[in-house]
Design a protein around this ligand. Structure first.
Ligand SMILES: [Zn+2]
Length: 433
């Protein structure tokens, strides 16, 4: 599939957030050939040694074409729990409502619940997700069949998954030229014994792999760790075990110290912030302004649909900046361009992806088109600020992943009827009532 998109406003996010008016994006197969001005596209094609036949030539009508958003932390299979339990204390919510129902899940359940999440990602302009959930083989199948790019990470703890399984998945779920990949990971310090944490650190060294985990999400978690490890924070305790020799990514990173940030910088650890989940579960506000000043790589995630409850990157982007401004008591904190970079570029890097972070020759064709002919996008004073402050998923006209258009003007192209997916996910939660 070769696609030419013309008459577009192009935001390449290749080093800046400047808008190219009347631009073009040329895609051959799954790769971007060119992204930039109309004149540059003409020159590119004139200098090209072979003639490209376009399967689609899309008149963007002045709409915005930009790299897709990366949902850098989610639990897709939890869609069946959306709005099944809310407005509860975090501990009660987890132990009384979430864990008992998850224990009843079959592979078919996880497969179809993941597909429901994929539909929602596409409507929100998400072109890659970082996934932590049960049954990684099933999730890889659902993602690949649908055409969604996905980096999975282990969610091991004392009760679920194991080092042996992680070793197996690391070997079997990392294939050449695949949309999906697998990273070493654990649920969190507070759910994992010291022995298992130390063994994970040893496995990370053996595999020369970064480690992904929930870290410092709540004050109680950090206090518990200090009690267990002679006053060390989770970041300090895990660093002492040698967990981050090959880096890693922290999900949440809400309650961290200056020394934690020093450790993150030393080991090139990225942070994925989940503002909606942190707000709804009353966990706190992450120090995004400080992370930016320290040069720490930042991504944005929705967390799972049981705690959020939606998988909407526009809402997350607004919350990242809105909550940062409140936390710092400073309306100039964390500006829109920084937030957009986190959502499209930083998230990719936090997931270990470098080939789908911007619109540039040779990068993977993971891109979205946003409607500029909508009341909430007019007038055009500053498009980047419009996207972050007034944009919404209703503005997503098209989502392309790996060169394939999977969502266009309300229609899905993932090989399955959405209504069938809705009714099958409904049946899961009905069965558990
Ligand atoms: Zn999570």
């Amino acid at each position: 599939m070769n696609t030419r998109i013309y008459n577009a406003r192009v935001l390449t996010m290749d080093g800046d957030t400047n808008i190219i008016e009347n631009g073009e994006v040329l895609v051959r197969g799954n790769t971007i050939l060119y992204a930039g001005s109309k004149e540059g596209a003409i020159e590119y094609l004139q200098n090209s040694t072979d003639t490209i036949m376009w399967n689609r030539e899309i008149d963007a009508n002045g709409n915005l074409v930009m790299p897709g958003f990366k949902n850098a932390h989610t639990h897709s299979g939890m869609t069946f729990l959306r709005s099944a339990a809310d407005d509860m204390k975090l501990d009660d919510w987890l132990t009384q409502q979430i864990f008992p129902r998850e224990a009843l899940l079959t592979p078919d359940d996880v497969y179809i619940a993941t597909k429901l999440a994929i539909l929602e990602y596409l409507t929100s302009g998400v072109t890659a997700v970082c996934e932590m959930y049960l049954m990684p083989e099933v999730i890889a199948k659902a993602m690949e069949e649908s055409g969604m790019r996905c980096v999975q990470c282990g969610g091991m703890n004392n009760f679920s998954q194991s080092l042996e399984l992680q070793r197996k998945w690391f070997k079997e779920l990392n294939k050449e030229n695949s949309l999906t990949s697998y990273r070493l990971g654990l649920h969190a310090e507070y759910t994992t014994s010291k022995e298992l944490l130390e063994q994970t650190a040893a496995l990370a060294k053996e595999l020369k792999a970064p480690v992904y985990l929930h870290n410092s999400e709540t004050e109680a978690e950090v206090k518990g760790c200090k009690d267990r490890y002679n006053g060390l924070t989770p970041t300090e305790a895990l660093d002492e075990m040698g967990m981050f020799e090959y880096g890693g990514t922290f999900f949440h990173g809400v309650h961290v110290t200056d020394h934690d940030m020093e450790i993150m910088k030393k080991h090139n650890i990225a942070v994925v912030t989940n503002p909606a989940s942190n707000a709804k579960l009353a966990s706190g506000i992450a120090p995004i302004e400080k992370y930016l000043k320290e040069g720490i790589t930042l991504g944005i995630g929705t967390d799972g649909p049981a705690s959020n409850n939606c998988l909407d990157m526009f809402r997350e982007m607004f919350l990242v900046t809105g909550l940062a401004k409140l936390r710092e008591n400073d309306a100039s904190a964390v500006d829109a361009a920084e937030v957009l970079k986190m959502a499209a570029v930083g998230g990719a890097h936090a997931m270990g992806l470098t080939d789908c972070d911007s619109l540039k020759s040779g990068k993977k064709a993971d891109l979205i088109m946003l409607d500029m002919h909508a009341p909430n996008m007019q007038p055009i004073n500053n498009i980047v600020k419009n996207v972050v402050y007034s944009g919404s998923k209703s503005n997503v006209l098209m989502t392309m992943i790996d060169g394939k258009i999977l969502y266009e003007k309300g229609e899905f192209n993932i090989g399955e009827d959405p209504e069938k997916i809705y009714s099958e996910v409904q049946a899961i939660i009905d069965r558990m009532r």
